[in-house]
Design a protein around this ligand. Structure first.
Ligand SMILES: NC(=O)c1ccc[n+]([C@@H]2O[C@H](COP(=O)([O-])OP(=O)(O)OC[C@H]3O[C@@H](n4cnc5c(N)ncnc54)[C@H](OP(=O)(O)O)[C@@H]3O)[C@@H](O)[C@H]2O)c1
Length: 267
């Protein structure tokens, strides 16, 4: 694989979950600038109004005027019907001359960080967290790979938005750390099984988003909460744009090892 950076990602069908705000929204905006006319972005999240606002912004942008199309899918990706809706919209939007399929598994939740592991006695609560944060990304990825099988001339890339928490335990973050670790391993297995596929586990670094607000206000463990408060107070949080620029560079260069965990700070 050449390390020379491509000028664009091709004529792409790009599916992004959690595109209504935060990192996913920025990925949609940046992606639109790096794809060829005729490309389609399929944006999924529960907040239909926010997705439609983003869709309108993209339609007015240079990319929109150049012929990049956007489909918004108001769906809960933690539910089977939500996954069906995303795949149906993507299949309808795909045209034969697309040369690159990109799936960005970005949607996630922090879970209840106000308690410690020993308080999680309720299996339904844990199952519900894992259903959105682990099961849904496996099942969406599997459905998308089946809907768009490998064929000559089609590149397929799957991105998992991961975290340092996939590798390192954080006190009072048992759901999030468990979910990120399991989800990342899932994509590592996928990379082993499907050598034609490009699989990237991208850890975007500490981002100035709603999830960070939740982290610094609700974390039970005082030293972890303080580290988030300090990062915020000292201006150490990253903008989604800065982190997304590194993700886009990785995708354009396309020379990461498939299945690798690549952190913002590695680059
Ligand atoms: N923020 C950080 O510091 C940080 C650090 C490392 C990794 N990450 C990871 O980066 C990714 C983006 O995080 P963020 O900070 O941008 O989070 P965020 O601001 O909380 O945004 C989460 C996105 O996921 C969507 N989402 C949540 N539940 C959903 C559901 N059931 N169905 C469909 N969409 C759903 C939300 O949309 P709706 O509410 O409209 O559904 C929203 O668009 C996540 O995977 C996160 O774990 C974040």
């Amino acid at each position: 694989m050449s390390s020379a950076e491509r000028a664009d990602l091709g004529r792409v069908l790009c599916i992004i979950t959690g595109a209504s705000r935060g990192f996913g929204r920025t990925v949609a905006l940046e992606m639109s600038r790096l794809v060829k006319p005729g490309s389609v972005l399929v944006l999924a999240a529960r907040s239909g109004d926010d997705l439609r606002a983003l869709q309108a912004e993209l339609a007015e942008s240079e990319a929109g005027r150049a012929g990049v199309k956007v489909e918004s899918v108001a769906a809960d990706v933690g539910q089977t019907e939500g996954l069906e809706k995303v795949v149906r919209t993507s299949t309808e939007a795909f045209s034969g001359d697309m040369d690159h399929l990109v799936l960005v598994n970005n949607a996630a939740s922090l879970g209840d960080v106000s308690r410690y592991a020993k308080s999680f006695t309720n299996m339904a609560e844990v199952d519900s967290y894992l259903s959105l944060n682990v099961s849904s990304s496996l099942c969406l990825t599997a459905r998308v790979l089946q809907a768009f099988p490998q064929h000559p001339g089609l590149r397929r890339t799957v991105v998992n938005v991961t975290s340092l928490c996939a590798l390192q335990p954080f006190r009072s973050w048992v759901l999030y750390c468990t979910g990120k670790a399991a989800r990342e391993m899932m994509f590592r297995v996928l990379a082993e099984e499907e050598p034609d596929l490009r699989v990237l586990n991208y850890a975007p670094g500490p981002l100035d988003t709603a999830m960070q607000v939740e982290a610094r206000s609700k974390t039970a463990d005082s030293s972890i909460r303080k580290s988030f408060l300090d990062m915020f107070a000292q201006g150490q949080l990253l903008t989604c744009e800065a982190s997304c620029a590194k993700l886009m560079k990785l995708l354009l260069e396309d020379n990461y090892a498939s299945g690798a965990h690549v952190d913002f700070y590695d680059l």
